[in-house]
Design a binder for this molecule. Structure first.
Ligand SMILES: Cc1cc2nc3c(=O)[nH]c(=O)nc-3n(C[C@H](O)[C@H](O)[C@H](O)COP(=O)(O)OP(=O)(O)OC[C@H]3O[C@@H](n4cnc5c(N)ncnc54)[C@H](O)[C@@H]3O)c2cc1C
Length: 307
């Protein structure tokens, strides 16, 4: 065990944590690309209180990274230094009162969407097609088909990397296109959303439409992380896939990595040699799009860890 691992091991033992932890733990199964390096210290806390305790006890120099369902990340081969947190059952509550829907950060977006359908709550249909978690959605301002997380978000209970409990409230500046402008160094633990009652038949119909559209336009059952690059002009202007297509790169392949036949902005990974090859493919595409069209693509996928 190295020094960081000894420090955390001592904190885990001293506090008799109920959560799970491992050292030098491979994260391949926590990325939708099916490959990735190790976490120096991997921890699934059993509750917010326990996580707060561990973060408060930890030394400031130890990095903290949180991962959700891994549907929007590349974990580089060199692994993620410090403490890697994945929220599990201790953060999976879902409920509502008269005006608010509450969801723990580990709740799957599609579970939240189904829950809202079952309770005639409208506005959450778009989550039925997003394969991430509530925490990941707040981080990415996840959205599709004209709706985004910011449209339903009221506030989130978050912990700082030092264990300080804060409330992140909705404001105009909080979210932008596929981005939370204030989330660096915070872990989303629980989210509150606006509740609006609607007609379940309409909600259900909308969810069916979203599912049909996804089946037609996106690859299924492949190792992908959704849209690779942000649309460079946000919601208006050319989309990233159109630029990739226009640059003649739709069929480009490199070391077992290519774009989906169905969607030219979805990378499909077919190899198990290296997560870095996925990043290399994307960097190669960025460079070629820039030199051919003069447009700088920006990664939507988050790239974590060391090469
Ligand atoms: C087939 C497919 C289709 C997709 N379609 C869409 C789509 O239509 N619209 C869309 O917006 N996205 C889409 N995505 C991308 C992805 O599902 C979303 O970005 C999702 O919100 C990521 O959530 P996650 O839990 O998987 O997060 P991860 O991929 O694990 O992490 C993504 C980022 O969120 C951070 N994060 C995760 N949990 C927390 C937390 N609790 N607190 C703070 N930060 C956290 C991580 O540090 C990381 O920076 C798609 C992906 C796939 C594979």
């Amino acid at each position: 065990m190295n020094k960081n691992q000894q420090i955390l091991n001592e904190i885990f033992l001293r506090n008799k944590v109920k959560g799970k932890y491992k050292f030098d733990y491979n994260l391949s199964k926590y990325s939708w690309f099916g490959i990735g390096g190790n976490a120096e210290i991997f921890y699934i806390p059993s509750s917010l209180e326990e996580l707060q305790l561990v973060l408060t006890a930890k030394e400031e120099g130890i990095d903290v990274t949180v991962i959700g369902l891994g549907s929007n990340i590349i974990i580089r081969d060199g692994g993620i230094p410090g403490l890697v947190i994945r929220l599990g059952n201790g953060f999976s509550n879902i409920s509502h009162d008269k005006n608010i829907v509450f969801a723990g950060a580990s709740v799957q977006d599609k579970v939240l969407s189904k829950y809202c359908l079952n309770n005639s709550i409208i506005g959450f249909e778009f989550y039925s097609g997003i394969p991430g978690s509530v925490g990941g959605a707040v981080c990415m301002n996840a959205g599709c088909f004209g709706s985004e997380t910011k449209d339903v978000f009221i506030k989130a209970k978050c912990l700082s990397n030092q264990g300080e409990l804060i409330e992140m409230n909705y404001s105009e500046e909080l979210f932008s296109y596929r981005k939370n402008n204030f989330l660096d160094k915070y872990i989303v633990c629980e989210v509150q959303y606006n509740k609006e009652i609607g007609d379940p038949a309409i909600i259900n119909q909308r969810m069916i439409e979203i599912s049909d559209q996804r089946r037609d336009s996106q690859p299924q059952k492949v190792m992908t992380a959704g849209s690779t690059f942000k649309n460079p002009f946000g919601h208006s202007g050319s989309k990233a896939w159109q630029l990739i297509d226009k640059a003649g790169l739709r069929d480009y392949k490199l070391n077992g990595v290519s774009f989906s036949r169905k969607h030219a902005n979805f990378i499909v990974n077919k190899q198990k040699d290296s997560a870095n090859l996925i990043e290399d493919f994307g960097e190669n595409i960025k460079q070629q799009v820039n030199s051919r069209l003069g447009v700088e693509l920006e990664w939507e996928i988050k790239i974590l860890g060391n090469r």
